[in-house]
Design a protein around this ligand. Structure first.
Ligand code: SF4
Length: 457
């Protein structure tokens, strides 16, 4: 097949069938040189090669941030609070369980349970939280604690036989001790009910970027080590990337290639767990320190790796990513990540319509219905969708919507008249009465549940 608009030395047909891999240079050229619709078409073909079925999936889960207290200082974050801030919170058991109960009532199957990296809570707090959740909601899958939280656990938790490095982190653990403590912690959390680990906190792995945006949180190396350890003990995880800030396209590609290499190692080692999915999304700038960095800084002395000096944005500090940049990046991720089964569209950040378009740019999954979101919405953007609308978006795109679980197993394939979207007779009224755009200053999407302001003891 001829692909006239393709850089001539890239055999895209072989990429689509998985017979050759894109390297960093060819990925960069594809990103910059391939027309958007062509890149999307190839990613969709690759997606169809992996997912030949006619359905596209979604999950019903709920983001629950059990605390907003966080010891890190990510410059892209508008969510975190310091211990002692008047609006710092830690959910109590009653509030937490009420949120899960509401999820169960709409047919939900999993929770995404994340902080803040709380600097004081002991491991027993988390074990109790997990056990209580499993006892009350045995069928709910707990997808919880992103790698940066777990890295904080390694520093904070007092475990017999292991030192902890807080309060002043004056001494670091040796690699062997750190690794052994990590494994001990993950095993205990797993035994208490943790089912899988979300890929939060991946951001961009490149150290030059990471040390400017993820201040005080896990390094890329630590992030990957946490996931590797989780895979080793049998947990499944996702991988993420947040882009459109101070990284270059080459940094995005480097990030994808590091995820791919990590998955290669997992497969090679025959670990029982692995990365199941990859999701990338554009940085949301509102109310964040990083969002204020909009000036050109030719003095910074740190040219973006891989940038063409003639590029019109060369030297611009904060680039942001619009719809086409998003679609390009997602399409490229589908082509690069040949060993990751699922690519999820991030409609939460880019909106339902671009999210839907993502199904033609390599995504086979639309992520989750959104009952509640706290982190992205604090930075300005969250679109809330319910199950009928999510099904409608998938069906409008020409696919059959299917509810999945955390391991991407189909639970319900919605082909018949009983499908959630087929129950809606008046879409304009449904949208008006059921949906909203949740963002800072618009608390319409917040579920009015009690949140306690006290600290755990
Ligand atoms: S992004 Fe997460 S880890 Fe970073 S400051 Fe915000 S809550 Fe903390």
């Amino acid at each position: 097949m001829s692909h006239s608009s393709l850089p001539h030395d890239i055999d895209i047909d072989a990429v689509i069938t998985g017979d050759i891999r894109l390297d960093a240079a060819s990925s960069l050229r594809l990103y910059h040189e391939a027309p958007l619709h062509e890149l999307g078409k190839w990613a969709a073909q690759r997606c169809q090669f992996i997912h030949g079925e006619q359905y596209r999936t979604y999950v019903i889960d709920r983001n629950i941030n059990y605390t907003n207290v966080c010891s890190a200082h990510c410059t892209f974050c508008a969510f975190k609070r310091d211990l002692g801030d008047t609006d710092a919170y830690l959910l109590n058991t009653k509030a937490l369980h009420e949120k899960v109960r509401q999820l169960v009532n709409i047919g939900g199957t999993q929770i995404l349970l994340q902080g803040g990296m709380h600097p004081e809570l002991p491991i027993e707090f988390y074990e109790q939280m997990l056990r209580d959740l499993k006892c009350e909601f045995p069928s709910i899958h707990i997808h919880g604690f992103s790698p940066p939280e777990i890295v904080e656990f390694v520093a904070v938790f007092k475990l017999e036989g292991f030192p902890c490095t807080l309060p002043n982190r004056s001494h670091e653990l040796s690699n062997d001790v750190w690794q052994a403590k990590l494994e001990a912690i993950l095993t205990r959390l797993c035994d208490a009910g943790l089912d899988s680990i979300p890929g939060g906190g991946g951001e961009i792995f490149a150290d030059r970027v990471r040390r400017r945006i993820g201040i005080g949180k896990a390094t890329a190396d630590q992030w990957l080590k946490v996931m590797s350890c989780a895979h080793q003990i049998g947990m499944f995880t996702s991988a993420t990337m947040m882009f459109g800030h101070i990284e270059s396209v080459a940094d995005r590609i480097d990030h994808m290639l590091r995820v791919r290499a990590a998955q290669d190692r997992v497969i090679e080692a025959q670990y029982p767990g692995r990365y199941l999915s990859f999701i990338s999304w554009p940085f949301q700038p509102d109310h964040t320190p990083l969002g204020k960095l909009d000036s050109w800084d030719p003095e910074s002395g740190e040219p973006f790796a891989g940038d063409d000096p003639q590029h019109p944005l060369a030297g611009k500090q904060l680039r942001l990513a619009g719809a086409t940049d998003y679609l390009r990046t997602q399409a490229l991720s589908r082509l690069v990540l040949d060993n990751i089964q699922s690519i999820t569209s991030s409609w939460v950040t880019v909106g339902p319509k671009i999210g839907q378009l993502g199904l033609f740019y390599g995504a086979n999954d639309m992520g989750s219905v959104m009952m509640e979101e706290n982190v992205v919405s604090a930075a300005g953007t969250t679109h809330c969708l319910n199950e009928p609308v999510l099904c409608h978006l998938i069906r409008e795109a020409g696919f059959v919507p299917a509810q999945r679980d955390n391991k991407y197993r189909r639970l319900h394939v919605h082909e018949g008249q009983q499908s959630p979207d087929h129950q809606v007779k008046d879409w304009s009224r449904h949208r008006r009465t059921n949906l909203h755009r949740q963002g800072s200053g618009d608390e319409g999407g917040q579920v009015p549940l009690p949140v306690v302001g006290d600290r755990a003891s």
